[in-house]
Ligand binder design. Structure first.
Ligand code: URA
Length: 263
């Protein structure tokens, strides 16, 4: 490799965040923590005097410990700043290790409408705010069409967050275990922001908040979670891929607007 090619390769690594040599062997920081193995039962042979005790359940100890710690930490937060700080020091979700920034929220925390997306993408990870890329710009235009904005005050504001505060590698879907681990924080986030209405955009948000998938079937139908009315809608990234979905989303936005107007 010549000098300039080597320099370009080095720049590229630094751009990716690999700016420090620490170990001789690489560590896969995206690897999920290993779940406990199912204990092996002794074989029951003829003449064995071991009583049949049946199958022992698999106990995903590490995962549950992470979710339990998240629940304890979230419960102690009495405002959104404390919640953001607690999430920033929560080290049990492996996605954090590959992310540049915690992406907590954007918009007006006291807004009547809270929008919940999936997870940060590249731009969001770089800037530390949700929905700032192309999908986010479309999301802003969608809410502007019903008179709402994340920069809006009081009645006209929107508050935006994601199920996951860290970008998954290569923008993959968050794993169910990762969602479960971070769910106590999302639940507390909703309780503290206390919106009148929630909009969940896309399947991952519906999975986390409503415990349901199948956005094509769910969208446009009011549901409820954590004591709040929830409107599932297509993710704006899906609208960018398929223009025909925009008509459905417009109907859903009008339903949200009507609900906020008390109709
Ligand atoms: N998609 C999401 O769901 N959230 C973001 O913040 C950006 C893109």
């Amino acid at each position: 490799m010549d000098y300039f090619a080597a320099l370009a390769a080095l720049d590229w690594h630094i751009e990716l965040g690999a700016d420090e040599a620490i170990c001789d062997a690489p560590i896969n920081r995206y690897e999920l923590p290993k779940v406990a193995q199912k204990p092996r039962l002794p074989k029951m042979g003829a003449g064995s005097n071991i009583a049949p005790i049946g199958d022992m359940p698999v106990i995903p100890q590490i995962q549950e410990a992470g979710a339990d710690i998240a629940r304890i930490m979230a419960a102690k937060c009495n405002d959104l700043v404390a919640l953001r700080d607690a999430m920033a020091v929560f080290d049990h979700c492996s996605l954090k290790k590959g992310a540049r920034n915690l992406v907590f929220s954007d918009g007006l925390p006291t807004a009547r409408l809270m929008v919940i997306g999936e997870a940060p993408g590249r731009e969001e990870d770089r800037i530390g705010k949700p929905f700032v890329g192309k999908a986010g710009q479309l999301l802003d235009r969608m809410f502007a069409a019903i008179g709402l904005a994340r920069g809006g005050e009081a009645e006209k504001g929107v508050y935006i967050t994601n199920v996951m505060p860290w970008r998954p590698p290569s923008n993959r879907d968050p794993e169910p275990e990762e969602i479960d681990m971070m769910l106590p924080f999302l639940e507390r986030h909703i309780a503290l922001a206390d919106p009148e209405v929630i909009v969940c955009v896309g399947n991952i948000a519906c999975q986390a908040v409503l415990g349901k998938r199948g956005i094509t079937r769910l969208r446009g139908n009011w549901d409820s979670a954590f004591g709040k009315p929830v409107m599932p809608m297509f993710h704006p990234a899906a609208l960018l891929r398929d223009n025909l979905k925009k008509r459905d989303s417009w109907a859903d936005l009008l339903a949200v607007q009507a609900r906020l107007k008390g109709h």
